[in-house]
Design a protein around this ligand. Structure first.
Ligand SMILES: [Zn+2]
Ligand SMILES: [Zn+2]
Length: 316
């Protein structure tokens, strides 16, 4: 064997040791595999299976296929819109503005023109009854970007029963793949899902909603219904299944579409993490890279993805 060949071999060996070490570091420090047993089994339409899927970043990898109806098992849905301006807060849901959560009770509805400093608001009739979208036709005329004229100045609610036959299928990478490049959710793409299979949606389009002088309250659990995906969350308010942690870290409430865990905001001492990135994520030894949900009034559960995402399909 010539001297050159030996040098070449030594260089190759050294290189492969370096790359192996790097790979090891990436997989141990960034990614903790998804635990499919965390999902509430009674909420699944079929047992979770594994399929090869091409992720958003181009990587083809094993994904969990999770089939559900977008309905929680562990809490009730609604109410959303109160029916009379005398109704108490137990008759309505919540709404948010500037990071704050407000009860949508009769008083809120009666005073909404003042609240938004805009005299065009009037969500109630002379007898005090509130103008609510009470049929599927009305809900669909109001719950879209160009709100139909007839449903402007309405409190908008859609019932889960209108869309109870929809099936939601998620593909979540078994082992998440961290990416330096951040990614925003695409059109119709959710941020992730709770352990009950209900999706965490990107921020509600409050601009379009308010421009039509409508409100689309969330229930006290942070969810409401739209014609595309059925029931979904815009806020994590603590109603859904949680996995408590062995240390003081906040409890886990679900998975993002990239397979990284989503945790509540506050740890057991009531403290917020101080080192979150713009996606609301950070990393620790136990949980690898993971996200923390934003405050309920913030209209943003997580900010973006730091991993390659799987996808969600709703049918029919
Ligand atoms: Zn929504
Ligand atoms: Zn954390």
């Amino acid at each position: 064997m010539g001297r050159c060949t030996i040098y070449l071999l030594l260089i190759l060996i050294a290189l492969s040791i370096v790359t192996c070490k790097q790979k090891e570091k990436e997989s141990t420090s960034k990614a903790v595999a998804v635990d499919a047993t965390f999902f509430i089994q009674e909420n699944l339409l079929s047992p979770i299976t594994i399929e090869e899927v091409k992720l958003s970043g181009g990587t083809t990898t094993n994904c969990y296929k999770i089939e559900v109806r977008s309905e929680p098992g562990e809490h009730t849905m609604g109410p959303w819109c109160p029916r009379h301006i005398e109704d108490g807060k137990e008759k309505g849901g919540i709404w948010f503005e500037d990071g704050k959560v407000y009860d949508v009770d009769g008083h809120f509805i009666a005073n909404i023109a003042e609240f938004y400093a805009d005299a065009k608001w009037k969500l109630y009739n002379e007898d005090g009854s509130i103008r609510v979208t009470t049929t599927q036709e009305a809900c669909e005329g109001a719950a879209k970007p160009n709100v139909e004229e007839a449903y402007k100045n309405h409190c908008v609610e859609c019932m889960p029963s209108y869309y109870k036959d929809k099936i939601t299928t998620y593909y979540i990478p078994v082992s998440p793949i961290y990416s330096e490049k951040k990614k925003n959710p695409g059109r119709g793409e959710p941020l992730g899902l709770a352990f009950n299979g209900v999706n965490f949606d990107p921020p509600a389009p409050t601009h379009a909603i308010l421009a039509a002088h409508t409100v689309a309250p969330l229930d006290d659990c942070g969810g409401h219904v739209n014609p595309h995906g059925g029931y979904h969350y815009h806020a994590a308010t603590g109603c859904t299944k949680k996995i408590t942690q062995e240390d003081a870290h906040a409890s886990m409430i679900g998975y993002a579409l990239d397979g990284f865990g989503i945790f509540e905001l506050l740890d057991t001492n009531g403290k917020e993490p101080t080192d979150l990135d713009t996606c609301h994520g950070h990393e620790d030894e136990v949980r690898g890279y993971h996200y923390h949900a934003g405050t309920p009034g913030g209209n943003q559960i997580i900010g973006c993805f730091h991993g390659e995402t799987g996808n969600m399909v709703v049918s029919p």
